[in-house]
Design a protein around this ligand. Structure first.
Ligand code: CTP
Length: 396
């Protein structure tokens, strides 16, 4: 989603400057171009050569050599940028920007650019909590700068607290969010994701192969597009997406309860979770010991959460998923009508590149009027975007 965008990265002089190398790699992977401005102090922590090699562009440091050696004005850098990210941002750069100073290339460009500015602070905890630094950040925020909260944990100065550079993935998410049109602003979307676990003793459960990737992609993209997102998730290994209301659950019954609790305020529900249809009828209090002969488990039906909310839609838009291994379209159509959905996203588990665990999916989006939109093999983030495009039309 950052393909073709121009990111201008300002690197200032803190120990976290070394992380800017990895941040550039993350940016470049999305297909955008990255140009770097370093302050003089930043070059004490990481070399321009490293950042030049990773970004594939010359690194800019000095206003006058910029004009002399590259024949471009600082204004050109400011104008070309789709976003200016300052990571790490020291207390010094934050103070200078808040005061409106322009005494080096980075501060000058920061004043001259009309692009959104994202400040990612990194400094010692006492500095981060210092009243003047707080005041400077508030001042910049009130003038339209976007300021991320610093991360918490162990700092380079061996203290524990806040002041770490925000997680690099969160910085990338924030940049993507800043550059995404807020076409779902004002909408409240409830997404379910992942598998459920149905225990039959304290250490064992029945589950399925769902990774949660499709549901998390939907939550991330919907949030970037301005929706208020609640993500109810079964157990997964995925990082909790930033900016969403995250509700972890385990069993289908817990998921049902969480969905019912949050249903009232939702304008749309997207049920991408792979809910276990059955649960063991009993759960032993102690670990079941093996005995000679087979163990028989009796399973009982779990509630069909989607069918239940389909019965009392109250104007909500409902989107379900259908995972099939045969008669994909017929089965998906039947689920769409039976569960009273607006759209159903169908995929064939037997197709390679589709379904559980993969980063890609091949889906068909079916609507109530009989329309079928067939999407080719796509990254799950892109699939999420296409599903939300269709969902947006339903709001009209
Ligand atoms: N679903 C649900 N609660 C369940 C089972 C499924 O809410 N107990 C939802 C899923 O989140 C998905 C949709 O229903 O959006 C379809 O799930 P799927 O397992 O493909 O269909 P089932 O209705 O369970 O039908 P079957 O297992 O017979 O194919």
């Amino acid at each position: 989603m950052l393909k073709g965008k121009h990111i201008l990265l300002g690197v200032t002089g803190g120990i976290a400057a070394y992380k800017s190398a990895e941040l550039i790699r993350l940016f470049i992977k999305t297909g955008c171009s990255v140009k770097v401005i370093m302050t003089r102090h930043a070059t004490e922590f990481i070399t321009p050569l490293t950042l030049q090699t990773l970004s594939g562009n010359p690194v800019f440091m000095d206003m006058f050599s910029l004009i002399r050696d590259h024949d471009i004005a600082h204004i050109a850098l400011a104008e070309e940028a789709d976003v200016l990210v300052i990571a790490p941002a020291t207390a010094n750069i934050i103070g200078k920007m808040a005061a409106g100073l322009a005494d080096d290339l980075l501060t000058t460009v920061a004043l001259a650019t009309k692009a959104p500015v994202l400040i990612c602070p990194a400094m010692n905890t006492n500095m981060y909590e210092n009243a003047i630094v707080r005041e400077n950040m508030r001042k910049l925020a009130s003038r339209g700068c976007h300021i991320m909260a610093a991360g918490e944990g162990e700092l380079a100065c061996k203290t524990e607290g806040s002041g770490r550079l925000p997680d690099l993935q969160d910085i990338l998410d924030e940049v993507q969010s800043l550059l995404t049109e807020k076409d779902l602003a004002g909408k409240r979307i409830l997404v379910t994701a992942g598998p459920t676990r149905e225990p039959f003793d304290p250490v064992r459960f029945i589950t399925n192969y769902s990774s949660g990737k499709m549901g998390y992609a939907l939550a991330i993209v919907a949030r970037r597009r301005g929706a208020a997102v609640t993500l109810i998730s079964g157990p997964t290994v995925l990082p909790v997406p930033s900016g969403v209301d995250f509700i972890p659950v385990s069993s289908a019954l817990e998921m049902r309860e969480a969905v019912m609790q949050h249903l009232k305020t939702a304008d749309m529900v997207i049920k991408s979770a792979a809910v276990a249809d059955f649960r063991p009828s009993t759960r032993a209090d102690d670990k079941i010991k093996k005995k000679s002969g087979p163990l028989t488990l009796t399973l009982e039906r779990n509630p069909d959460i989607l069918a239940e909310i389909g019965k009392k839609k109250e104007g909500r838009i409902l989107i379900g998923f259908a995972m099939e291994s045969e008669d994909l379209v017929e089965n998906a159509k039947a689920k769409l009508m039976k569960k009273n959905l607006d759209l159903i996203v169908a995929n064939d588990v037997k197709q390679s590149g589709a379904g559980f665990q993969t980063d890609t999916n091949i889906v068909k989006i079916l609507d109530r009027a009989g329309g079928i939109e067939e999407l080719p093999l796509m990254d799950k983030m892109e699939v999420a975007g296409r599903i939300l495009d269709r969902a947006k039309q339903l709001f009209k």
